[in-house]
Design a protein. Structure first.
Length: 176
């Protein structure tokens, strides 16, 4: 993890204030000509909130006009990553609900100052600690880690792809 160790960790209150300010500047008060869209009403009324996500950093909800950040991931990572995530979500608003992470979204991401990439690499973000593991019942080898409890299944009848002979009948789900 490179950037989270070199940059100060995010402070929730300062990130919240910064996010609300950015949303206001880039969406609420932006002149029509800057938004490059005649349907300016869709840019108005957006709000910021915290959520309890464990896996994804940010979310843009078009139905509720809400940009949210994971409280837990924000606390664990750098201020720069949190701010970039807010800008990433603002780019989604500007690009529209059908843009995904395609060329139009990338164009808006660059315009608002966000990295035009869909995800952070695993070595860039400190994740939420796993609470569940699937492991070998006999050797203790961990095959998979999960933040949330995986859907019910009979793990004793499951196997790891490419390793069926050595893992079939040995896997168990265990709370960490």
């Amino acid at each position: 993890m490179t950037s989270a160790t070199t940059e100060k960790l995010a402070d929730l209150k300062s990130i919240e204030n910064w996010a609300k300010n950015k949303i206001y500047i880039l969406l609420q008060s932006a002149p029509i000509s800057k938004l490059e869209n005649t349907n300016v009403a869709r840019f108005r009324g957006w709000k910021f909130k915290w959520d309890n996500a464990k896996v994804r950093f940010g979310c843009c909800n078009y139905r509720t006009k809400t940009i949210s950040l994971s409280r837990e991931l924000t606390e664990r990572n750098s201020e720069g990553q949190a701010k970039d995530t807010v800008l990433h979500e603002i780019a989604h608003v500007l690009a529209g609900s059908n843009a995904g992470h395609g060329p139009l979204w990338k164009e808006w991401a660059v315009k608002v100052g966000a990295r035009p990439e869909q995800y952070y690499r695993a070595d860039e973000v400190k994740p939420v600690d796993a609470k569940w593991v699937v492991k070998d019942n006999f050797t203790g080898e961990i095959f998979a880690e999960y933040v949330r409890r995986p859907k019910s299944r009979d793990w004793s009848k499951a196997w790891i792809r490419g390793r069926k002979n050595e893992t079939l009948g040995r896997m168990v789900l265990e709370k960490v």
